[in-house]
Design a binder for this molecule. Structure first.
Ligand SMILES: [Zn+2]
Length: 67
């Protein structure tokens, strides 16, 4: 499960604590097994970037980097 947060009154979901928009106050929090879809709101673009950065880090750790 993944924690998702959005600011009250806003429809953008965040799921990375590193995100500059990660809500610290006055937020709605949900624990979800799947990512919110278009019906639930919008996905933060910065969090999406963090996702791809993390995926790259994991690739490095698993030693599968290509030369
Ligand atoms: Zn975000």
């Amino acid at each position: 499960m993944q924690i998702y947060r959005r600011l009250r009154g806003f429809s953008t979901w965040h799921w990375h604590r590193n995100c500059s928009g990660w809500p610290a106050n006055n937020y709605v929090e949900e624990s979800r097994a799947t990512r919110p879809n278009e019906n639930d709101g919008r996905l933060c673009r910065e969090c999406t970037v963090w996702d791809s950065l993390e995926a790259k880090e994991q690739e490095k750790k698993s030693g599968r980097t290509k030369k």
